[in-house]
Design a protein around this ligand. Sequence first.
Ligand code: XIL
Length: 345
Amino acid sequence: MTKYILFITVPLLFGCKKPASTVCSDQSALCEQTDFKIGTAVDISLLFSDVAYAEIARKQFNSITPENTFKPTEIHPSENGFNWTEADQLQEYCRLNNKRLHGHTLIWHQQLPGWMEQFNGNAEEWDTMMKTHIQEIVRHFKGKVSGWDVVNEAFNEDGTLRNNIWRQHIGDLYLEKAFNYAHEADPAALLFYNDYGLESNSTKRTAVLSHFKNLKMKGVRIDGIGMQMHLNIPGSDPGETAAAMVAVCQHDFLLHISEMDISVNPLNKTIKADKNLLEKQADLFGKIAFHYRQIPGKYRYGMTFWGISDKHTWIRSYFNRNDYPLLYDDDYSPKPAYCKLKEVL
Ligand code: XIL
């Protein structure tokens, strides 16, 4: 008898509509609500020094992307020298805390060490240099990093290939070579192409998807697409974003929402974010999460936010403006965006 009363009352208490107070408390974790990973970019120095930051990272997220630690400047500072110290510390943190570690990023046109940018060699020597760079890193973390952003931001807005140092010295084939080298070094790792604007720019998206579909048909291992998802209020259109997510799945690629944040001050016109703006931001986060949940589960690699608190967002330093793009405010209190995700996810 008691069993039946429990069956009736439990759904009433904890059924579909979650009470506002529990929805908005961060006592329960975001990542416990989903059957896909919820990730954050992590700044390793904050993770090991700021208790409040570390507590949110540990509790709310089950996937970690190093915000800078794995980038070429940090991990490969000189031609014959790799700096594994911090990257290994982060990997050990992930192992101990049962977090997936996502590797970001092997090949990019930014955050390159001087020696790499100035590398003096012919096409073959550049190719060997790129191969060594990729394979030393991927081999070092073999079996420990689940997926890699092998190449980041290789396309222009008009769908042509960006003329970065890799293309200049190796030619267009550098893209497939990079994926082949990564695959050789860790055949079990999932390999991603990562870029921004894919959710809104259909020209760029179409070019990226057809490029990688063709490579896949040629036998190159490429598992998924990272849509960075740096959105803004009022500029972003959730309908277009939903269509973009569907297109990625239709091309049979995993989809990683890989760097999500929502700027509320893209034109640098406000100092503070008012309640109305934060509600709009929450609403957009909710819509994106809703659409992500609609794609088939087998394509959902996870949803990663590009940081934890507004206090440390890359947008403030990189674009030199006030902004409030993340789920926690400057004092580490959950924002309406966090609450909305609790409701939708
Ligand atoms: C950013 C980091 O967040 C900053 O700390 C760093 O100064 C610059 O890079 N797209 C990417 C990320 O793929 O690697 C960038 O990260 C943000 C844009």
